[in-house]
Design a protein. Structure first.
Length: 268
C-alpha cells in the first residue's frame, strides 16, 4: 500500500504535535487511542486506527515515567502500530507487537534528549537571574522542536518503510505463520501487562475483594448472550456505582464526625 505526499506530511505533523503534547501541552493528544484514530483517518482506515489505538492504549495504561526512567514511548508506538496494521494489513495484535521496537526507539530518544538538555539548565538559571524571560522561552521552544522533529522523522521513515515493505511482510508471514502467531500472542498480552502495571501501583490490600468481584462479574457477563460486547461498559458502570456509594458514605461519616480520629487514609 502506497501513500501520497499529503498523507506523509500529515503523519509528520501529527507525530510532531503529539510528541510535544506528551511533555508540554498535556492535552492527551498523544494518547494512542487519539493518535490511532487520527492516523487511521489520514491513511483512509479509521476503524482499524481506532481498534489499534485502543489496543495499544490498554498496553500503556500503567506506564509512566519515574524520574529519568522512561517507559516505551506511547507516541511512536501507537502511531507505528496503526501504520503497520493499515499499510501492511497485519492483524491488530501483530501490528502492536511489531510497533514495540519503535516504542523503545522513542524511549531512547527521550532519554538522550533529556541528557543533552540537562547542561542547558544552568544556562536557563543564568537567564532567570537576569530576568531574561525571552531567552527562557527560546530554550523551551528549542527543546520542544527538537523532540517533535525526532519523533516525526522516525514515524515518517516508519510510514514510508512500512508502506514499501507491506507486500514483503505479508509474503514473509505467509511462509512462517508461526511467527505471526507469536507476534499476535505477544501483542495480545500487552494489554494485560498494562493493567498489571497499573494494579501494581494502585492496588492496596483492602481492594483485593473488589478486584476479584469485578473479575467474576466480567466473566459472567461475558458469557451471557447479547451482553458480551458491552461487558466492559457494564462493569465500568458497576465500578462507578460502587465508587460513588463509597464516596457518599465517607462524606456522610465525615460530616457526622464519625471516624475523624480513626486514622482513615486518603489516596490510593
Amino acid at each position: 500500500m502506497s501513500f501520497n505526499a499529503i498523507q506523509i506530511i500529515l503523519v509528520f505533523v501529527v507525530a510532531f504535535i503529539a510528541a510535544i503534547d506528551q511533555f508540554d501541552f498535556l492535552e492527551s493528544l498523544y494518547q494512542p487511542i487519539v493518535t490511532g484514530a487520527v492516523i487511521g483517518l489520514i491513511l483512509g482506515d479509521v476503524t482499524t486506527g481506532l481498534v489499534v489505538g485502543g489496543t495499544y492504549q490498554l498496553m500503556t495504561i500503567g506506564n509512566m515515567p519515574v524520574g529519568g526512567a522512561q517507559p516505551p514511548n506511547a507516541v511512536i508506538g501507537g502511531i507505528m502500530a496503526a501504520v503497520f496494521a493499515i499499510a501492511s494489513g497485519l492483524e491488530v495484535e501483530a501490528a502492536v507487537g511489531l510497533a514495540v521496537p519503535f516504542a523503545l526507539i522513542g524511549q531512547y530518544m527521550v532519554t538522550l534528549l533529556f541528557t543533552v538538555m540537562s547542561p542547558i539548565m544552568s544556562v536557563a538559571d543564568k537567564m532567570a537571574e537576569k530576568a531574561d524571560t525571552k531567552g527562557i522561552v527560546r530554550l523551551n521552544w528549542l527543546a520542544m522542536i527538537a523532540l517533535g522533529a525526532l519523533f516525526a522523522v522516525v514515524c515518517t521513515i516508519g510510514l514510508i518503510g512500512g508502506a514499501a515493505a507491506g507486500d514483503a511482510l505479508t509474503a514473509f508471514f505467509d511462509k512462517v505463520p508461526w511467527l505471526m502467531t507469536g507476534l499476535s500472542a505477544a501483542g495480545g498480552m500487552m494489554r494485560f501487562v498494562g493493567f498489571a502495571t497499573l494494579l501494581r501501583i494502585m492496588l492496596s490490600n483492602d481492594l483485593w475483594g473488589i478486584y476479584f468481584a469485578g473479575f467474576a462479574v466480567a466473566t459472567v457477563i461475558g458469557y451471557v448472550p447479547g451482553l458480551g460486547g458491552s461487558c466492559l461498559i457494564l462493569v465500568a458502570f458497576i465500578g462507578i456505582a460502587m465508587a460513588l456509594y463509597d464516596f457518599q458514605t465517607r462524606v456522610a461519616m465525615k460530616s457526622a464526625g464519625v471516624g475523624s480520629n480513626g486514622g482513615d487514609e486518603d489516596g490510593i
